[in-house]
Design a protein around this ligand. Structure first.
Ligand code: B12
Length: 220
């Protein structure tokens, strides 16, 4: 079933698809759905991207349903769908757990999933299921090496410099109050607070800007 899902999702706009077994990492009420399909699109997280990810989840569900499998779609994001049943689902599960477990990437110093090709530019969604999927190989540790660009350029000093690993997955990477306070002060995008410098500056997957100076010049 991996191949069918992969072909359908990649052919419908996904940039990456991965599979994992999350046995032992899920709350009791969803523990029976311990296989995951991670879907990534290399696009900024905005309403259009959320729509695309939701459509891709529906494509996956169609295939899983046809095979008689159970499923649960974890919504891509939270605040764009306030007061719906779906908005209550996102805290159940964070997409990064499925993505690192599927081998899609590691958690970088900027707190984001980093894929070698797309860098931190993937927006993510997950479908949990009981389907008999083959798993990818989990990524065990941060592969940012000596790079400190996101630490040096974060305008709110939010990035702690700690390294993520599967053994210490919840070590503090980003001081969330610094990040949120700065985002509220910065120029809104589509009416929402935004920053994203820790994405733009990351050398992994940086296509638009050739180097650090060019990326910074575009932001300031
Ligand atoms: C709430 C939220 C926020 C909050 C708080 C973030 C937080 N860390 O708590 C705020 C508003 C600050 C925020 C900011 C941003 N967010 Co946000 N956010 C979310 C949301 C809705 C829930 C995250 C959550 O519950 N976090 C709780 C903490 C504990 O978990 P976590 O940091 O997400 O992930 C940890 C675990 O997954 C763990 N882990 C990883 N692998 C494994 C494996 C195992 C076995 C285990 C046990 C654990 C583990 O390591 C991670 C780091 O500690 C998710 C969507 C979702 N459901 O995942 C998007 C999400 C995390 N956000 C996202 C994005 C893009 C952003 C912004 C870039 C938006 C912007 N343009 O500014 C910034 C990034 C700031 C930064 N550098 O972190 C993307 C990240 C994509 C990526 N490539 O990583 C997500 C996944 C949304 C999406 N659908 O793509 N966000």
């Amino acid at each position: 079933m991996n191949d069918i899902l992969q072909k359908e999702l990649l052919g419908s706009g996904a940039d990456i698809v991965g599979f994992a077994d999350l046995k032992g990492f899920l709350d009791a009420d969803i523990a029976h759905l311990h296989r995951s399909v991670s879907i990534g699109v290399c696009k900024n997280l905005n309403e259009k991207t959320v729509q695309l990810l939701t459509a891709l989840q529906k494509k996956a569900v169609k295939i899983l349903k046809k095979e008689g499998c159970k499923y649960l779609c974890i919504p891509p994001d939270s605040d764009r769908i306030i007061n719906t049943f779906v908005s209550k689902l996102y805290p159940l599960f964070t997409h990064k757990i499925a993505a690192t477990s599927a081998g899609i990437g590691w958690i970088g110093r900027n707190g984001l999933l980093i894929n070698p090709t797309h860098g931190p530019r993937l927006s993510l969604a997950t479908v949990l299921t009981d389907a008999p999927l083959k798993n990818g190989t989990p990524v065990e540790a941060c592969l940012c090496g000596d790079c400190k660009m996101c630490i040096d350029h974060c305008p709110s000093g939010a990035i702690t410099g700690n390294d993520w690993s599967r053994k210490r997955p919840f070590v503090e990477l980003v001081r969330l109050s610094n990040c949120s306070t700065h985002k509220k002060k910065s120029k809104p995008v589509n009416g929402k607070p935004n920053c994203g410098l820790c994405i733009t500056i990351c050398p992994y997957g940086r296509k638009r800007y050739k180097n650090e100076d060019e990326a910074l010049f575009a932001i300031i």
